[in-house]
Design a protein around this ligand. Structure first.
Ligand SMILES: *Cc1c(COP(=O)(O)O)cnc(C)c1O
Length: 368
């Protein structure tokens, strides 16, 4: 174990590999695996993660935006990269870097065909996204004829896959809704496939879809959060483990008397003698203000220390009155035991938000 001397996010590649192997064990041998590495691989560092995963049995990567895909290409990633939410202003660069766009509306579809034609592309691989109930991005079922008629007018693009995204794959109370999404995806993909006369790949499952809907894996699955160690359920959290541990240290300890206050706006007022530790991590590092004032906590020598007062930009103060510790001691903000999910819940949010928020100024350390 690495002993922190400053704030660091420690990434364990052995755990990443175990999570990947667990997820792979849930899919058929001939089902492809796409690793979602958008948002700096959910805060872990996309180029490091993708470079590591590229040597495992990964078929595809996905990012949200074109600049994320360019960073991967510049780091030597050669596998196909799906860009989930590209904007037309970046289509030329997308082609220059051999990234593959998700085309989700008539506007971006036509804009992409225009630019691909201008660049003298033929059969450029694209992925058509359908909305089956999330109502976020995607063509509707009744857009199929329009898409097919436009495709017949050009040879600049070729459909590599048809896909959709589930709205509530982790929520088994929404099973009927999810099954309905899967059904309408089947109808749409049959219609498109019959009309174009070749078979693009089909995919709809994210991590919870992989785990909860084995019948809907189709040709490929897309996993993000599961790789990083969150299964979105108590049961699955036993099968995957967080790859990231956020550590910091105690910068200074203050002893304060009853009636004194701690931090900005004097938000915390002590009711008795207290020992308070100041830690070098704040909202600019990704610990938002909503964790302040007793909601969030960190772990010091296995004991919970609640955050007192407001979260500052570069610091938090925690109550260590009953903890045997000294300046320089290591502090765990989240990790394998006190997970980001548990900490996120103290502020009514989810693991995804907390881990993707850890800012670039926090040094990443890799255990390989
Ligand atoms: C982010 C994203 C995923 C990954 O979802 P997880 O729940 O993290 O596995 C998959 N597909 C799409 C379209 C996404 O935007």
């Amino acid at each position: 174990m690495y002993r922190a001397q400053e704030t660091v996010l420690e990434i364990d590649f052995k755990v990443l590999k175990q999570n990947f192997e667990y997820l792979k064990s849930k899919i058929q041998a001939n089902t492809k695996f796409l690793a979602v590495v958008k948002a700096f691989a959910y805060g872990s560092d996309a180029t490091e993660i993708a470079t590591y995963l590229q040597n495992l049995d990964i078929d595809y990567f996905a990012v949200a935006y074109v600049n994320e895909g360019i960073a991967l290409r510049n780091a030597g990633i050669t596998k196909p990269i799906l860009v989930l939410h590209p904007q037309a202003v970046n289509f030329k660069e997308l082609i220059d870097y051999c990234l593959e766009p998700s085309l989700y509306s008539a506007k971006v579809f036509n804009e992409f065909i225009a630019i691909a034609s201008l660049q003298k592309q033929t059969n450029y691989p694209v992925h058509i996204k359908f909305n089956t109930g999330l109502n976020r991005l995607g063509f509707w079922e009744n857009d199929v004829n329009y898409i097919v008629s436009k495709l017949k007018e050009t040879n600049a693009i070729k459909i590599k896959s048809l896909f959709s995204h589930l709205a509530a794959s982790e929520d088994l109370e929404e099973k009927a809704f999810t099954l309905n999404q899967i059904e309408s995806f089947k109808v749409i993909s049959n219609n498109v496939t019959n009309a174009i006369g070749y078979k693009p790949m089909l995919h709809i499952c994210n991590t919870s879809g992989i785990l909860n809907y084995p019948e809907a894996h189709f040709d490929m699955v897309r996993s993000g959060i599961g790789l990083y160690g969150f299964g979105n359920s108590e049961k699955e959290n036993k099968n995957v483990k967080p790859i990231a541990t956020l550590k910091t240290i105690i910068s200074q300890i203050h002893k304060i008397e009853k009636g004194e206050t701690v931090g900005y706006n004097r938000a915390f007022k002590s009711a008795s003698f207290l020992k308070i530790a100041t830690l070098p991590i704040g909202h600019a590092d990704g610990i938002g203000r909503h964790y302040g004032n007793g909601k969030g906590f960190v772990t010091i020598n296995s004991y919970k220390a609640p955050i007192v007062g407001n979260v500052c930009m570069d610091m938090i103060m925690v109550d260590i009155t009953n903890i045997d510790c000294k300046e320089g001691d290591e502090v765990i903000v989240f990790g394998q035991n006190n997970t980001a999910e548990t900490l996120a819940q103290t502020a009514q949010t989810i693991s995804y938000e907390l881990i993707t928020a850890i800012s670039q100024r926090v040094k990443r350390v890799y255990l390989k």
